[in-house]
Ligand binder design. Sequence first.
Ligand code: SAM
Length: 441
Amino acid sequence: LALLTNAPGAKRYTARVSGAKREFVDGRVRDVVASGDAVIETALGVVFARGGLPGEQVRVSLEPKSGRLRRGRISDVLTPSSARVVPPCRYVARCGGCALMHASEDEQQKLRAGFLRGALLKAGVPEQLSIGMTRGGASLGYRRRARLAFRRGPSALSLGFRRERSHDLVDLDVCVVLTDVLNRALTRLREGLAAHLQGEGELSLAHGRRGAAVVVVNASGTQPPQLYAACEQLVDGSTIEGVALFAGGASKPALFGDPSEWSEALDGSALEGTVGGFSQAYAEINRALIARVVELAQTRDARVLELYAGTGNFTVALAPGALSYTAVEQAPAAVSALRRNLAARKIAAKVVEGDVVHNLAGGPLDVVVLDPPRTGAASVLTALALRKPRRIVYVSCDPATLARDLRELLPRGYTLAHAEAFEMFPHTPDLESIVLLERSR
Ligand SMILES: C[S@@+](CC[C@H](N)C(=O)[O-])C[C@H]1O[C@@H](n2cnc3c(N)ncnc32)[C@H](O)[C@@H]1O
């Protein structure tokens, strides 16, 4: 490193790294934000980089400036935080998946609680509001679904996760946050597909009906006939119970075995999912999430509307005992599974297939439960508030869009009665949260 300036607090260096000239700057981590990036104060202003913890003194290799934000990579931790740990994954420095794995689990929990608290403060929620935190028993081997990428190289097939903010692939043999079921499937997929899978694409893994893995392969370009035979052979019932292969932009997949996802309802019964659709990532935390939704929603003898119902993860626990229950979901495959999940339990509920935006009109309501995708539910709030539900239980996987939506709902006569974070994604900055809004006027 050649020192450019040695002014106190403003150390900057240049060095040649693999032949290229790079600039480095020292700084102090002020904070970690919800993207997982450390906010580093340097003589050049704020620099964002993965892998720092609050209070740490770090050296950052700067990336060429593009736009307003300055970004870099932490090359050295000069004074580590006492909350820093050795990550239990050999790919973590390159893989974009687990941005907080260098922090102790307590520190991770503190950071994630801070992300939710920060968002709620922005929504005008009082600072003294206590935020519950529900954590699972395991922070490794928990994840029951994953989306990997693959690319056929000149000599081999790469299969793994994308690098942070990049299309580059980090080839990996094992992922420590995935369940054993999915890791065994990953090994089998590597062995079974290495010789035949061409081009590039994505590979989704989840759990099937009998506890083995189910796989969806989305592959660009025409694939050789041998790939179809290889997919057939992958299905052995014990490691992989089904494969859906979408090749060359086909809208219908070739099916091998049964590739439908299954998860577990609160009472332990099996809940049918779809092929490559949505399901919650961590079974134990999902059970805790459903139990809390049930407790907060109080649907017994109530007129209930559930939006973004999926395949019925909450519906089958909430609908029994309700006076009336309507569940709205857009994805046709999810709607079919939802109907089957209700019928299998003899639960009477009205299921509406369509966009929530077009299914909001109606008479008075007692309870609304909504679980939108990351983008939130901005388009439904005005119409929802007009139906004056007494309670709104909002399940969110993005504190930022939750806060935006709360800013809209709170002035319409609602108070925030409960907020809780659920550790659905240990080692990542992501969290699931529930808020309960009660009508105050
Ligand atoms: C976060 S998932 C929640 C599913 C379910 N609550 C669960 O826990 O498994 C969101 C669901 O909303 C559905 N969805 C997304 N946008 C929608 C819209 N505009 N109208 C209706 N459903 C929508 C998706 O298909 C998905 O099933």
